[in-house]
Design a protein around this ligand. Structure first.
Ligand code: EPU
Length: 422
């Protein structure tokens, strides 16, 4: 188990490439199961979550080869059971449910366990499969599904208590592409990762309209074929480095981004008084800290709103931005674990019922802190870069789940970080 030592009060300068999106790669890798042909997926980030997904695909019987960012999956015949040992490591494992149901007509998926960012039920995933005609029983910690006559298209509303569900929409879309007839997904998630999955499925031969809107219409087809695909850039990794560049940058350029996916993050940086400049094609962004930054309010929302996955990192930014900022997470109201750790570094943050009131302080100071989840750990890294002294961040495996070589990228930008065995 590694820890990260961050020597603060340095500055970041120069350019890095943004990796392929973790959250687009996971469902796309699951979708390779929808045919027995081989598919090739490029720019899959080398993070532990994508490795877990590849282990699950292997456990389901697929042949998997990985060579840096390129993954080749040849599923052949697949097994219908996703084992608990693997599923418990990653909640996103649930997104093999749709493809298994589409291919085999029955599935046994372990119920993912608890999650530190909040209660994460799977009722909408189950509702989606039931909507397509599957029978579902819960038994011994497993979700057991069967559709002996195959899945049948239907009109299904995927809105939950906190809005649309991303992986739920993905699961339904993946199940519906091989179902009989037409499926209409109302209140669908419209995140770029859902669109990337839809693009992947369309290239495989699926008939999907409306991805990226709240209503997706799918005409089932008899079979799909293997294809090659390059995943979209990781907008959350980009947003994380944008926040870092505003906090401690002296001109940082991020390459391989998509401007249209970064409007919420750049909007907030501009509102705080920082400079954000995209190149003409929108594939590179350069960030300079503003001279007189000021706090702003953030409320997370489904795309194109401000992403919950960037909330922690922007809270770190606001912790050292003059003024009072209010940060609200409407999607995961309990996702504020990073605040208690940042308070140990001198941040002035009060968390109450899904909201954090942040009084920007002049400076933070180093302290040993504990990463609690992926984005919380990224927030701690940002806070540490801005802090006085050397911060020790423990439980680094959280950050390795979703940030490809973050220490190397920070070093490339001149950050003083060291990964050491704990
Ligand atoms: N929800 C339900 N019932 C369900 C499913 C979800 O009530 O059956 C609720 C959730 O509890 C939450 C809301 O719906 O309040 C939205 O959750 P969603 O289902 O969209 O989350 P997810 O699909 O499981 C993905 C990302 C998360 C990201 C969320 C929200 C992947 C692999 N994960 O999760 O990413 O926070 O969407 O945008 O795509 C991360 O990368 O750090 C991360 C947690």
């Amino acid at each position: 188990m590694d820890k990260l030592l961050v020597h603060g009060k340095g500055s970041l300068k120069g350019s890095i490439n943004i990796s392929g999106s973790k959250n687009a790669s996971l469902p796309i890798l699951a979708a390779t199961l929808l045919t027995d042909d081989a598919s090739i997926v490029r720019r899959v980030p080398d993070v532990s979550d994508t490795n877990y997904m590849l282990q699950i695909l292997r456990a389901l019987g697929a042949q998997v080869e990985r060579s840096s960012g390129t993954v080749r999956v040849e599923p052949g015949e697949i097994l219908p059971e996703a084992p608990y040992d693997l599923v418990r490591k990653m909640r996103a494992s649930i997104c093999v449910m749709g493809p298994i149901m589409a291919r085999v007509g029955r599935a046994k998926i372990s119920l993912p366990g608890g999650c530190v960012i909040g209660d994460r039920p799977v009722d909408l995933h189950v509702k989606a499969m039931q909507g397509l005609g599957a029978k579902v029983v819960m038994e011994g910690g497993d979700i057991i599904l069967s559709a002996p006559k195959g899945l049948i298209g239907a009109e299904i509303d995927m809105r939950g208590k906190y809005g649309p569900t991303v992986l739920g929409t993905d699961n339904l879309m993946m199940a519906a592409v091989l179902a009989k007839g037409t499926t209409v997904i109302n209140s669908a998630a419209s995140e770029p990762e859902v669109v990337d999955l839809a693009d992947f499925l369309i290239s495989m031969g699926a008939r999907i309209k409306g991805a990226g809107t709240r209503c997706i219409i799918i005409e089932g087809v008899d079979e799909l074929k293997g294809i090659e695909h390059t995943v979209i850039p990781d907008r959350i990794e980009a947003g994380t480095f944008m926040a870092a560049a505003a906090m401690v940058g002296e001109g940082v350029t991020l390459k391989r981004v998509r401007k249209e996916h970064l409007e919420a993050a750049s909007g907030k940086l501009l509102e705080c008084g920082h400079l954000v400049e995209f190149n003409e094609s929108g594939t590179e962004v350069r960030i300079f800290p503003g001279e007189t930054p000021q706090g702003c309010d953030i409320s997370t929302a489904p795309y194109p709103g401000f992403p919950t996955d960037m909330q922690a990192q922007f809270t770190a930014l606001l912790a050292i931005t003059p003024g009072i900022s209010v940060v609200e997470d409407t999607i995961f109201p309990q996702r504020f674990m990073h605040c208690s750790e940042m308070k140990r570094m001198g941040a002035d943050i009060k968390v109450d019922g899904g909201r954090a009131v942040v009084h920007g302080v002049a400076s933070l100071s180093a302290a040993p802190v504990m990463a609690s989840d992926l984005r919380a750990s990224a927030a701690l890294v940002l806070a540490a870069l801005a802090a006085e002294g050397t911060t020790e961040i423990n439980r680094l495996y959280h950050i390795d789940r979703g940030y490809e070589h973050i220490d190397e990228k920070l070093l490339q930008l001149g950050g003083a970080v060291e990964r050491v065995p704990a």
